[in-house]
Design a protein around this ligand. Sequence first.
Ligand SMILES: *Cc1c(COP(=O)(O)O)cnc(C)c1O
Ligand code: SF4
Length: 404
Amino acid sequence: MPSLPVLTDRAPLARGDVSAHEWNDWRWQLRNMLKSAADLERFVRLSRRERDGLAASAGMFRVGLTPYYASLMDRDQPSCPIRMQAIPSPRELEVTDAELRDPLGEDTHSPVPAVFHKYPDRCLLLAVDRCAIYCRHCNRRRLVGGDDPTTRAELDEGIDYIARTRRIRDVLISGGDPLLLSTRKLDSILGKLSAIDHVEIVRVGTRVPVVLPQRIDDELCRVLRAHQPFYVNTHFNHPKEITPEAREACERLVDHGVPVGNQAVLLRGVNSSVRCMRRLMRELLKMRVRPYYLFQGDTVVGTDHLRTPVAEAERILAGMRGWMSGMAIPHLVLDAPGGGGKIPIGPDYVVSRSPTEVTLENYRGHIVTYPEPRERDCTVPYDEIYFAGEPEDDDREGSAEAGL
Ligand SMILES: *Cc1c(COP(=O)(O)O)cnc(C)c1O
Ligand code: SF4
């Protein structure tokens, strides 16, 4: 790898033969991903544990990150949240009995190789198996960064499945990181999906705004906008990741008419404090990224050390709700081991219920009672007219029939 320029004051990089032009070129960033201790040493003073983790990672989940993301690392502190997300810990080797290769039971909800179809009206389309970082907490480590990429035939088969499965209204393009595909290829996939009548919205899940913001150029934004309604969900985990470059990438998407949401993962010792989460959510809103999910850690192999107790997750959310803008509050969810899907978890504000009143606790811990109304029937008479002739909008049967 060539030596890197001093483009920011974040990391004292070696002065050398990389121009600003190259640094700002997303393909250069990908070609020069850091993979080894020697690569990382250009940015940080590796600790012994990090060295051990890197040495041990050979047979586990691959290491890789962009020079851009590495430039955010704290050179001297191994507790740096950027380092902890990108550099393996030797504890990844300590696999517990509870940990699974496929914690969310996705492989058993896969009607064709490139599709996971778990919920009634929406599915995941795996478009690519590469990422611009291999996150140490990745719940799809069995699929990404390996040597079994989604083939063009599998992708077409996936799109065919979506086209013939009429209850799918929402397609979430995932992977891997779909924004690593060429703009032309994305345009073609999005074109095929938007040609399907019953597909109402398309979304993409991507860490590119966080780890490779250079990729979000005007051309890409125009293509994404052309396929509206199209949504981006990204994955910021720490306020330190919100740099001028990341901000520019998110604002560019939004300015082009592409709404951006955030799905953060709660990571023990990385972002597992009220203070850190509050700052993250506020900074996201400032760049018009709407917090969407906060995930309790999945039980994926080698990540036990990164998970928080559920009660801690609930405590952190309680430290946010009511104390800051409601716009800043994500849904705290636990994705059920085995494939049950996402389940919202606490804190629970309802203390007790009776037919006449509900007792609740507010965010400050004060008890309030809410008197129930006398009428209980909530039928909407106008539904009969507004939805005349349409079947009842209940897909519970539909998914059972396909065994999904
Ligand atoms: C998360 C997920 C979705 C999308 O879920 P939303 O709650 O609608 O964001 C769809 N399919 C699978 C398999 C998922 O894991
Ligand atoms: S970017 Fe997403 S898919 Fe890729 S390694 Fe990170 S969490 Fe996994």
